[in-house]
Design a protein around this ligand. Structure first.
Ligand code: NAD
Length: 305
């Protein structure tokens, strides 16, 4: 079952990324996890303090935009799998700091691909598997039924452009790729909608929450499980996958459910996104069709993990 023993993870100190690293290190002692992260404003060593001394974990602070460094690192060890999570992912910053999104999401991705290709050549052309996480922002949100992996992309803004360019660079350069598009991530570790609304609900008597954007939350632990299952499953069904949890709601609808479950009595008022403007535009509809995930052995076996 497991033929990937050395796994390189980029950006392992970020939001979902630390869930992937923690799960690998704690549950799969046979794997050696090499986490390379530049520790930008989005990376936090504290996210992984519980695994930092594990014998199967190595952390390296460096930047995927530095091509000579990446090449050097890749010469040191043969890697069987790469989980590429290093990214600029804060959507509003794509408007205010657009160049860094090109450097990280496109140039950094290409550097990584070149380094893995050089490594594969040096080791007799073996297939390095690469898993990359992308986003619902590659779609414009104008559809009213879930987006499938086969749907044409249509971009809403700079963030989606940079992420799509990263996806294309991967597809053009590496056959053994899995591109996982996800949306509306949450986790107990890092700030996100669920945590924010819970803490605001305890502080305020009334909150206005957007009621004209529809999506599906994705639990970061579940995504981490899926990523690891893709490696364990050893499938060669490469290409794009959509991943989130099930169901759909507006942010307002999610807030109502979260408050109901937590027995928070703060009043919620539904508002349109125009009344709560953001720097970058958000898709009106970002529900993803998970059809391809359903076809994997993973979906039948995950409860056993
Ligand atoms: N957070 C979400 O809701 C969400 C939704 C859909 C898709 N995604 C995608 O998931 C992936 C991970 O997202 P996230 O929210 O966990 O990201 P994040 O912003 O929390 O973390 C990114 C990590 O990458 C590191 N990094 C940034 N630039 C780097 C560089 N040049 N070299 C090395 N490391 C670098 C950061 O230090 C950080 O640890 C991204 O590709 C993102 O587009 C996220």
């Amino acid at each position: 079952m497991i033929d990937c023993q050395n796994i390189r993870i980029t950006g392992g100190d970020g939001f979902i990324d630390s869930d992937v690293v923690r799960r690998f290190v704690n549950r799969y002692a046979d794997y050696h996890i090499f986490n390379l992260d530049a520790l930008t404003y989005a990376g936090n060593l504290g996210n992984l303090k519980d695994v930092k001394n594990a014998p199967n974990y190595i952390f390296l602070k460096d930047d995927i935009t530095d091509d000579s460094f990446i090449n050097e690192v890749f010469q040191e060890h043969r890697f069987d799998g790469i989980i590429h999570l290093a990214a600029e992912s804060h959507v509003d910053r794509s408007i205010t700091d657009t160049l860094i999104f090109v450097r990280t999401n496109i140039i950094g991705t290409v550097n990584l691909l070149n380094a893995s290709r050089n490594l594969a050549r040096a080791c007799g052309n073996y297939d390095v598997k690469l898993i990359h996480v992308s986003t619902d922002f590659v779609f414009d949100g104008e559809k009213q039924i879930p987006y499938t992996e086969q749907d044409e992309t249509n971009l809403l803004g700079v963030y989606g452009q940079r992420k799509l360019a990263g996806e294309k660079a991967i597809m053009e350069r590496l056959k053994a790729n899995f591109i996982l598009r996800t949306s509306w991530l949450y986790s107990e570790y890092v700030q996100n909608f669920v945590k924010t609304i819970l803490s605001l609900g305890q502080e305020k008597r009334e909150l206005r929450v957007v009621n004209n954007q529809i999506g599906t939350l994705a639990n970061a632990h579940d995504l981490a499980r899926f990523i690891i299952a893709l490696i364990n499953e050893n499938t060669d069904n490469y290409g794009s996958y959509h991943y989130s949890n099930t169901g759909q709601a507006t942010w307002y609808g999610f807030a109502l459910t979260i408050f109901g479950n937590a027995e928070i009595s703060c009043d919620l008022a539904p508002v349109k996104s125009i009344e709560k403007p953001t720097t970058a535009k958000r898709p009106r509809y970002s529900v993803l069709d998970k059809g391809r995930v359903g076809g994997l052995r993973y979906s039948n076996s995950r409860v056993k993990e």
